[in-house]
Design a protein around this ligand. Sequence first.
Ligand code: ZN
Length: 160
Amino acid sequence: MSDLKAMNHDDFRAYLLDRYASLFPPDFEASKAKSFAYQYLPECESGWHPLIDEALQRIDDFLQKEGWLGKAFVRQVKEKFGGLRIYVRPDGDTDWPDHVAEGVGKIRMEIEDRSAHICEICGERGEIVVIDSYHQCLCPEHHKRRLNWVEAGRPDVDWR
Ligand SMILES: [Zn+2]
């Protein structure tokens, strides 16, 4: 596996869609027009790429074991209130059994808890800070750089 953190957004997205094809609906590309979440997935910085990879691998394995692979899909992968959120739901109107919902929920919560200590930008140890009422998990270095960036009027920069 190449260095996931070094991948840009589009390459990482292509990697996810290829490696975890069963976790996305067959009409993913067509759904993009309707779904904001699919258009931008994943909506976060590259420091969390390895965590996303691990999460989808575990969800993939779990759904496979339960016979649910291809019947439940990842709907969103994004940063919210400083944490990594991954939403997975059964296809269409189907409901999944409690133990499957709980199993996926356990993985999602563990990943979300860990993301609160991993810098979203570089993947080093970080904590959730609030800058301009926006929550983000950052290491001390990126916290400093974000503050300077806001101060400078948010110029275009490559955060990697
Ligand atoms: Zn950092």
